[in-house]
Design a protein around this ligand. Sequence first.
Ligand code: SAH
Ligand code: SF4
Ligand code: F3S
Length: 464
Amino acid sequence: MSSLFHKDKPRYFRSVKPVYNESLPKVYIETYGCQMNSSDSEVVASIMQANGYSITENLNEADIILINTCSIRDNAEVRIWGRLENLHIEKKKRPSLLVGVIGCMAERLKEKLIERDNFVDLVVGPDAYRELPQLVRAAEGGQKGINVLLSREETYAEISPIRLDKNGVSAFVSIMRGCNNMCSYCVVPYTRGAERSRDPHTIVREVEELFANGYREVTLLGQNVNSYGWENKEESVNFAELLEMVARVNPSLRVRYSTSNPKDISDEVLYTMAMYENICNSIHLPVQSGSTRMLELMNRGYSREYYMSRIESIRNILPDCSITTDIIAGFCSETEEDHQQTLSLMEWLKCDYAFMYKYSERPNTKAARHYKDDVPETVKSQRLAEIISLQGKISLASKKKDIGKSFEVLVEGVSKRSTEFLYGRTSQNNVVVFPKENLKIGDYVYVEITGCTSSTLIANVVAE
Ligand code: SAH
Ligand code: SF4
Ligand code: F3S
């Protein structure tokens, strides 16, 4: 066992829920950005709790506020600057309050965040969270705490995250960090550093612990999970093998993962998914554009045709698998013809859901250095509107196709509209709302779909 722990790094107590202790200084964590950030906030909570701080959900009683930030698009950063302005007012009212910026914006902007007087007390990048307690102590003593060093090894492998989710049923499990892909538009390789994979045995242990604590779904997280690879002298584990190890923890545990890169998703992964019923039939496979010329400029490493061939493999091997995607409108030099190719690919793909964005130039990326952000804002908006409208129709049609079918659903919570209804998701990751009956959160239930909106399926319970 002990060989799994780095000798020079501290071990933390295992704990799934936050422990509240009135007498300890209180940390409030606010999270922006992707699932990776949500997962990191749980690691941060664990580190702080193990070092004499208590985690609070109430900002007003916090002694330390940590804002876990995102830099993916300009509007993400604008929103966070706005939030920091609000907290600046709060700091004036409560001079002892410490505000820290952690995550991707901390890494991207570094000292810039700390330059303004009495604005931010701490700036800590995604690979320096083990240093947070020391940096907070320095800040408590009136110094500015900053560490934005990126690491080639840090995976926080042995830290048991404190679950900050609300439902106690689904958890994120980080399996790798960083990204080596260098898509030309993307800031992530700069904010999160080089790709590194986490020891699979620590992943399996974390998943076992979650299952023992009542969790029934895990989502394995990485920027490009299909390039997961870990080895030591005795063994090597790729993503398909890791998926199998996690699926075998318990057949009643659902396993999902995100994100796959089309250039790396292998048939081995698809066959592993087909072999295990508890690996969910849902793949997020961001295409970004339907034009091969754009994909080349984006440095995505695949063509339109290659993407389509991967989709065909998925449909052959996993006929019931849902597919979701990401699309960027108005990347550098995108013509109307390129845009039409995106629309035609969407028509062909008919994916269940898409995240759709306007291209936002990020400083220092390859695109910012070498290409002109030359699609006018109005054209970007127009193209994005066309993409959103088309996807809306496709999503609704795909939901309608489910009417009359039966699905197994994992109950995740009480419906926002009515306490008489619960919601959960199908293996395909579609949200379903159904009558409460005698069900409780964490149960599996069979439902029959009776209706839908473009985002939700409505159902009756057929068997508990
Ligand atoms: N690692 C994942 C996703 C990372 S970011 C992947 O490769 O698929 C999530 C999504 O944000 C990307 O898929 C992309 O669609 C979008 N995105 C990233 N950088 C962007 C930028 N500069 N402007 C607009 N959208 C961007
Ligand atoms: Fe960014 Fe590309 Fe890495 Fe995804 S794969 S995080 S889009 S560089
Ligand atoms: Fe944002 Fe960083 Fe995630 S830039 S999308 S929080 S990896």
